[in-house]
Design a protein around this ligand. Sequence first.
Ligand code: SF4
Length: 329
Amino acid sequence: MNSQSDHKYRYIFGPVPSRRLGYSLGIDIIPLKTCNLNCVYCELGRTSAETMTRRAYVDSEAVLAELAQVIADSQRIDYLTFSGSGEPTLNSELGELIRRIKATTNIPVAVITNGTLLYLPEVRAALRQADLVMPSLDAASQDVFRRINRPHGHLQIDKIIEGLIDFRGDYSGPIWLEILFVCGINDSTAEVAQLVQAVQQIAPDRVQLNTVARPPAEADIQPLSRQMMQRLCTQFGEQAEIIASFHSTARSSEHNNLGEAILALTARRPVTVADMAMSLGASEKNIRQALPVLLRAGHLTARKHGRHTYYHMRRDHARTILPDELFVG
Ligand code: SF4
């Protein structure tokens, strides 16, 4: 990865270390927080553009051109992953993009989706072309669905679960279903029993249990304890796992411009200093030296959550000029 060019990309981010995918190159084909859900735990904040409209939100040719350039410049990419600022299946050109990407590279394509549109045959057809599909399902009852995911008014959880079951029926690739638990919302005995039943019907290859880790959209929501997660894990059967932290040896730094690299990384999601060090191959010491400058200049916000401080690019600073002092190698 080359930081000199990283900042100029609009649709591609990374490769970033991912807990589930190794080095994942993100493909972002939806404008920031364009989504049909408004999850209480969303690390991108509250949904600003709630919609059910599927359309070409971005210029697909520009996405493919950027992708080809980043692949050519990158040393290691384990997955090309549709994810990022909103719900990728809202982009009506997703299927065509996957098809064209797969015609030009052998790197596997993954799609991280909230899974809400799989009841649509055209969305299932688009996702069938991916090598790995990672949908979410945080609730099995409409009441809990409303409380945790705060969905668009047209979405019904029964229909969403049916869509996931239908997709399992006509997709031969792996499905890794993620369930994110929020304390006091979707962890009741009754809701978990319904979720277990839904998961049995969907029959994903893996069930990945998660809880609130990064600063969520709503400050007062709480994660489940490790013990509670372990107890839940046993209820979801053999294919269930608690998503572990990603570990990797640090790569040597390829970033001449650390400030730009930090901004590129924090534009998509809140990250800790340790996340930055691992992703950028830079020392924590150098990152800690760069951060005060970015914070003083108003490019970043810092937010404490649990024992960690998370840094996130301010949305209104997405296209700003960096202070000169950060351009020293
Ligand atoms: S977590 Fe994902 S599905 Fe939920 S609001 Fe955020 S972008 Fe949308």
